[in-house]
Design a protein around this ligand. Structure first.
Ligand SMILES: Nc1ncnc2c1ncn2[C@@H]1O[C@H](COP(=O)(O)OP(=O)(O)OP(=O)(O)O)[C@@H](O)[C@H]1O
Ligand SMILES: [Mg+2]
Length: 339
């Protein structure tokens, strides 16, 4: 069906050779999650009862917290999951009031074929204690119609009244056998060869962060279909600011495609989030040998995109838009200089 959102996304992924593997291989069923055995079992039982309590997922980056939250809502709501699910980032720089307003708006309408909706609040530990108090009151107000799944790196940063309202799950860094299992799964699907030493190295540099492993694997695959330790080693020793500078120089010279290619490469290789990329770009703008007026213009543009990223827009699309903006700004400047 053409008007089915899911299938359009799948079609898009099929067409794009630049699809991001961490999304392509994000588990969509409990059985596909590696490691965290105890957590998966308990969360699965809760989900099967069709009435979950508030959940708090605590633990290091790239270990499956967001992934598990998504599986829970897909299991609970089936085809209606998008309607009954709201994903928010607690570190929204516009403040807790914006977060609470979004919760309110979402909670106002009834859930589709369910007695409650689910709100996933990422990075809950980024909230101040005062903001958490405000959030706690919001949770209380909507407790009959909404369940919260919160995610954080450190549960100690979450105030007791919230902790006591949630069932807490502590995610661990993934073990070597789990990482290996996922690597083997992906390399098989992608028809790649990989040797044991390369797997060992991937595990060591990732320190149990599965996102980093998959990103490194994807970059490796763009260089060779046969992945060994040397290849991985060459990838993990590269300089960041220099790379960002190259991206900007391509964009300003008008070469959008090269800029985009290089940006994707940097993001995957270094496993940097969109927001961190934006920060590096902001820094690098001031080191470029360009007109001060253009620097201001570029900084403005960057701020705008940062705002959209914080709002939760697709990282790569927003960064692409930023590069396109740089290309135009570079062209405008050329004309300005000529006249
Ligand atoms: N336990 C796991 N099993 C299989 N794949 C995993 C697992 N953990 C992470 N991944 C892979 O890594 C990607 C990132 O994982 P996820 O978004 O769940 O991390 P997270 O724990 O929410 O991290 P963060 O704290 O940075 O938000 C997923 O898309 C998936 O491809
Ligand atoms: Mg997450």
């Amino acid at each position: 069906m053409i008007n089915n959102r899911g299938s359009i996304i799948i079609e898009k992924l099929k067409m794009e050779d630049t699809s991001i593997w961490t999304e392509k291989y994000r588990p969509s069923k409990f059985e596909e999650v590696v490691g965290q055995d105890d957590i998966v079992k308990r969360v699965k039982n809760l989900t099967n009862s069709l009435n979950i309590p508030h959940l708090l997922f605590a633990g290091p980056a790239g270990t499956g917290k967001s992934t598990l939250a998504l599986i829970v809502v897909k299991e609970l709501f089936g085809k209606n999951w998008r309607t009954n699910f709201l994903e928010l980032n607690a570190s929204d720089e516009r403040g807790i009031d914006v977060v609470r307003q979004k919760v309110k708006d979402f909670a106002r309408t009834k859930a589709l074929e369910s007695s409650f909706k689910v709100i996933f609040l990422d990075e809950a530990d980024a909230l101040t204690r005062e903001a958490q108090q405000a959030l706690r009151r919001t949770m209380e107000n909507y407790t009959t119609t909404c369940r919260f799944i919160m995610s954080c790196n450190y549960s100690s940063k979450i105030i007791d009244p919230i902790q006591s309202r949630c069932v807490i799950f502590r995610f661990k860094l993934l073990e070597k056998k789990d990482i290996e299992k996922r690597i083997r799964f992906i390399t098989e699907k992608e028809k790649l060869q990989i040797d044991d030493k390369a797997i060992e190295t991937l595990y060591e540099v990732s320190e149990g962060d599965c996102r980093r492993v998959i990103n490194l694997l994807q970059v490796s695959s763009t260089i060779s279909t046969s992945i060994n330790q040397d290849l991985i080693n060459t990838l993990i020793t590269s300089a960041k600011p220099k790379d960002i500078k190259v991206v900007l120089e391509y964009a300003l010279s008008g070469d959008f495609l090269k800029a985009k290619e290089k940006l994707l490469d940097v993001m995957l290789r270094e496993s940097i989030s969109g927001q961190d990329i934006i920060k590096s770009i902001q820094k690098e703008i001031w080191n470029l040998q360009i007109d001060p007026e253009l620097k201001v213009k570029l900084t403005e543009k960057t701020g705008e995109i940062e705002f959209r990223l914080v709002e939760g827009s697709d990282e790569f699309i927003q960064l692409e838009a930023l590069l396109a903006g740089f290309v135009l700004a570079g062209k405008g400047n050329e004309n300005g200089n000529k006249s």
